[in-house]
Design a protein. Structure first.
Length: 400
């Protein structure tokens, strides 16, 4: 700091000695003092910036105030103090300082943007939105201002407007993945999954080291029915240590592979999920589902039974167990399981259909018809129930 002060003194003294004979007036001395104050304020501001970078907020704030005491018109000092107040959670004070900075320097994009940050943090969302939009008007390439405005619109529950605003301004996004992530998130909120996948892909391409983008991409592709892309992305994720140990990654991969009619691979994926969460009934249900698709009914029944043991009230596990037993030729055992499932929670058309199939396999056509009728009463549009009741022609594989 001593070096800076010596340089500043030399600059001021040089200015004084260079004056003409009549320049020792009050005005000249005032001008020299102002230059001296601005120089000292600049030094203090630089010190404050260093304190802020080191997260020494109290020291940074102190230097900013000292600089303002020397020169109240020094906008950089107000910006520094505003940043300190934001970091300290003093949002009202930050907004006051930054509003003053905007008045001193109306064309400062940084001042206007930071004012929006302080206003947003203070819950003054309409004002924050106006500030962010103003910052974008001042600098059409300010991606942060566009993204922030979009986030504020989301907070204000103006999703359609937020999506339109972000989509329109993607032309200024450049290499910033954050705005594409926001565009994707908005598309997800509006159930536009293919659009979301497109934006998540762009964000992932720009920041391929960020696994969160790949995670979101996989989920968007899955919901969009793009199972190949989802499975491919999940394979990449599963190779990462933190995701390879996540059961949901393997479970979703199994769902994709099953949807792609690759039951053997799906079974492997579900087994990996089950090995990570052996006490999860849902994991065992998935294994049973895949084994049934592989036509391994006996193994499927064992997996489904384990799911019912872990979670006795799990209706999916009970249905799978009954159906696996039926496929395995254990008709009376299937009837017992399915009847119990109906007693504990029988308001399910598919469950009634399965019970009807079990009665039909046991040769009880009358009871089977009653079950199909009960299924239709519960769910009049249940396709399987309508086919089994003879109201519609069977679809491919409906009686397998």
């Amino acid at each position: 700091m001593t070096k800076w002060i010596m340089i500043a003194m030399a600059a001021v003294l040089g200015g004084l000695t260079g004056c003409q004979p009549g320049s020792t007036s009050k005005e000249a001395r005032a001008a020299a003092f102002q230059r001296w104050s601005r120089t000292r304020a600049t030094v203090l501001c630089e010190l404050g910036d260093n304190h802020l970078k080191a997260a020494q907020l109290d020291n940074a704030g102190k230097r900013a105030k000292e600089a303002l005491a020397l020169d109240s018109q020094y906008t950089d000092a107000r910006l520094l103090l505003g940043k300190v107040y934001i970091e300290q959670g003093q949002y009202a004070a930050a907004a006051d300082e930054l509003a003053a900075a905007c008045r001193q320097k109306p064309d400062s994009v940084e001042a206007v943007y930071l004012l929006g940050v302080a206003q947003e943090k203070a819950g003054r969302l309409p004002e924050a939105l106006a500030s962010y939009r103003h910052a974008h008007q001042l600098d059409g390439t300010c991606v942060d201002a566009v993204t922030a405005a979009g986030e504020v619109l989301v907070q204000m529950d103006r999703l359609e407007e937020a999506q339109a605003y972000i989509e329109f301004n993607l032309q200024v996004a450049g290499d910033c993945p954050g705005i594409y992530e926001l565009a994707a998130r908005l598309a997800m909120m509006r159930k536009e999954y293919s659009q979301a996948a497109k934006h998540y892909q762009r964000a992932s391409d720009l920041d391929y080291r960020n696994p969160r983008y790949q995670e979101a991409l996989a989920q968007a592709c899955f919901l969009a029915g793009e199972y190949d892309r989802a499975a491919e992305t999940l394979t990449v994720l599963a190779a990462k240590p933190e995701y390879g140990k996540a059961a949901w990654v393997h479970a979703m991969q199994g769902d994709c592979l099953l949807a792609l009619n690759r039951p053997g691979e799906a079974c492997d994926a579900y087994y990996r999920a089950k090995d990570i969460q052996p006490d999860s009934a849902a994991a065992w249900v998935n294994v049973a589902k895949a084994l049934l698709a592989c036509r391994e009914a006996h193994k499927a029944a064992l997996a489904a039974r384990e799911a019912t043991r872990l979670q006795p009230g799990n209706s999916d596990a009970a249905m799978l167990l009954g159906y696996a037993m039926l496929c395995d030729g254990q008709i009376h055992e299937a009837l017992a399981v399915l009847n119990q499932a109906v007693r504990t929670g029988g308001a399910d058309g598919t469950l009634q259909c399965l019970l009807g199939r079990a009665h039909e396999a046991a040769g009880d056509e009358v009871q089977a018809s009653r079950c199909y009728a009960a299924a239709l009463e519960l769910e009049p549009q249940n396709q399987l129930a309508r086919e089994l009741a003879g109201l519609e022609g069977p679809s491919s594989g409906s009686r397998n």
